[in-house]
Design a protein around this ligand. Structure first.
Ligand code: SF4
Length: 166
């Protein structure tokens, strides 16, 4: 199975979301939240596309990579899913390490909050992510969809209608 940074992100949010996504059930286009996030992404730093490189790692595409300083820049809308954001970005760093760039670091950027956060990859993080990769394979192989989690953020999830609307 090919594991992407999106799998890593969803693993840290909801295993049901991870399972649905891994089965090719995608509803992102119906989500206003996703549209809003895309807009922030496109409008926050209009000059950034010329400043940074788009890096295709095969299983992940990094939109803004500072090649000179080896820094991944990742824009997010809010800090509510910060743990998932951090592990997604750490996974980029792991992929870069596997591609022969072990010294890369990252910056999570929240333009609407005017906040940034530096992210690093430790050896412990690498071990943890390897375990997560293994668990993701197990979860996505299950025949039955994992249970709903009923969290406040379900309302903003792109699978909300699928999970909660009769
Ligand atoms: S709506 Fe809630 S339970 Fe359903 S996939 Fe999303 S986060 Fe998981």
């Amino acid at each position: 199975m090919i594991i992407t940074a999106t799998h890593i992100n969803y693993y840290h949010i909801c295993h049901r979301k991870l399972w649905l996504f891994s089965r090719g059930i995608q509803m992102e286009h119906t989500s206003e939240v996703v549209e809003e996030a895309k807009l922030i992404h496109e409008s926050s730093y209009p000059q950034r596309a010329s400043k940074y490189t788009e890096l295709d790692l095969g299983v992940a595409k990094i939109d803004f990579y500072d090649e000179k300083n080896k820094v991944v820049h990742e824009i997010k809308k809010s800090r509510k899913m910060e743990t998932a954001h951090q592990w997604q970005v750490k996974y980029y760093l792991l992929l870069l390490r596997r591609a022969g760039v072990p010294e890369a670091t990252a910056i999570l950027e929240y333009p609407t909050l005017k906040k940034t956060m530096e992210v690093f990859l430790s050896d412990d993080d690498v071990h943890y992510l390897e375990e997560v990769e293994h668990e993701i394979e197990q979860i996505t192989r299950q025949e039955k969809v994992p249970e709903k989690i009923n969290k406040s953020f379900c309302k903003k999830c792109s699978y909300y209608d699928l999970c909660w609307v009769e």
